[in-house]
Ligand binder design. Structure first.
Ligand code: ASP
Ligand code: MG
Length: 410
């Protein structure tokens, strides 16, 4: 039986017709090696942003069904053009929307969750010798309506298809040649990490390494599917995301990562013993809003202060929900802060080593950086800081943990 290869190309790799033609050649070469190929694509360049901006010029809160109807068109352009580019090379290719590809989701417009993939049509096309080009990011709900999986969701489409089709590997092609110890645009000495574990990568992605969608990594981990992240046009070995990663003895911190534009919402003077927290976080969860950290402090004898962190994208809907609940139970003041950033260190062994957190805090305070809140998990320590001090914080931590010295290949 032929091997199935699932590849995904991101928007920056597809931003011009010239790039599409080059990708078509790469795909055909791979096909000629005797593989069956499924290619998942994003929209061309910044197309999704452009489309969403149009919607927000019409209304500050456009209907979500219509937003998905609009945003999903970007990928539809890419699939058809790429299929044509492959035809020109004399090969068989067919473009599939989510409906053709059988990608079923729940009904939450703009942030739908995958339910299952009915891949019969894809398999039929592959068996007819066709290269199948699938629109990433989009799905179909149980009422046959178009949904989208959330920004960056085409990674998720690719991993889900690779799992469904039992591919050995999911290849993610992007504009960087792998995962680095820190953003190389910020830290010139940052090193490519040859292999990284799902857990570490999931933290890096969730925290803003911006290379892959964290839900895609979680799905790959669940099914033990290795992912190779590579540059589309440069030759580099990339980064393999797998189950186990041998650690060099002295490598504890794998990377420094950050998330810009996180927002903090603070409710001051909340009466003790109200069920505010419960109601608020229930309502936020109903909207699939992911809360980062929650802090509750005593404000005075009878009241407490509750603050929580959300991404910039979730800020406005979170504030709206917060105001609604606060109005019902009487809160003295709602305070917001949008110019924050979160800087984190990530590594599988962080919890096993002592003194890592104190080194991080000492490094930041030596650099004159004030930490608003601190949040830790088994493999990560994060601090919320001022956005204006972010670059300085990343540099200081990268130096402190000597990340520019990691060996090229582990
Ligand atoms: N085009 C969509 C976005 O920009 C999906 C993706 O690129 O993964 O979010
Ligand atoms: Mg992406």
């Amino acid at each position: 039986m032929k091997k199935i290869v699932v590849q995904k190309y991101g928007g920056s790799s597809l931003s011009t017709i010239g790039k599409m033609k080059k990708i078509a050649k790469k795909i055909v070469a791979r096909f000629k090696e005797g593989n069956q190929i499924v290619v998942v694509v994003s929209a061309m360049g910044n197309e999704t942003n452009r489309l969403l901006k149009l919607a927000y010029r019409i209304s500050p809160s456009p209907d979500k069904r219509e937003l998905d109807m609009l945003a999903s068109t970007g990928e539809q352009v890419s699939i058809a053009l790429l299929a044509m580019a492959i035809h020109v090379l004399g090969n068989k290719a067919i473009s599939f929307t989510a409906r053709h590809a059988g990608i079923l989701t729940d009904g939450k417009y703009t942030r739908a969750r995958l339910i299952k993939i009915d891949s019969q049509k894809i398999e039929k096309a592959l068996n007819l010798g066709k290269i199948v080009i699938v629109a990433g990011f989009q799905g179909i709900n149980l009422h046959d309506e178009v949904t989208t999986l959330g920004r960056g969701g085409s990674d998720l489409s690719a991993v889900a298809l690779a799992v469904q089709l039992k591919a050995d590997l999911c290849e993610i092609y992007t504009d960087v040649d792998g995962v680095y110890t820190a953003n190389p645009k910020l830290i010139s000495k940052a090193q490519r990490i040859p292999r990284i574990s799902y857990d570490e990568m999931s933290e890096m992605a969730a925290l803003g390494a911006q290379i892959m969608h964290h839900r895609a990594i979680d799905l790959a981990r669940k099914y033990h599917l290795p992912i190779l992240v590579k540059s589309t046009f440069r030759s580099s070995k990339g980064t393999m995301i797998t189950k186990e990663v041998p650690m060099l003895e002295n490598v504890i911190v794998r990377g420094v990562t950050y998330q810009k534009n996180v927002s903090k919402i603070t409710l001051q003077g909340v009466k003790k013993n109200t069920d505010l927290a419960c109601r608020l976080f229930e309502d936020l969860a109903k909207e699939n809003i992911v809360i980062d950290s929650i802090v509750q402090d005593l404000y005075n004898q009878d009241t407490v202060t509750v603050s929580f962190i959300v991404t910039e994208e979730d800020f406005m809907p979170s504030l709206k929900i917060t105001k609604e609940i606060a109005g019902k139970i009487g809160v003295q003041k709602i305070h917001t802060d949008c110019n924050l950033a979160k800087v984190s260190i990530v590594g599988d062994s962080i919890a096993k080593e002592s003194g890592i957190a104190s080194r991080m805090f000492r490094t930041l305070s030596r650099a004159g950086i004030h930490m608003e809140t601190i949040n830790t998990s088994r493999i990560r320590i994060s601090c919320l800081i001022k956005l204006s001090q972010l670059d300085q914080a990343v540099k200081a931590l990268h130096d402190e943990f000597e990340l520019s010295k990691i060996k090229k290949e582990i």
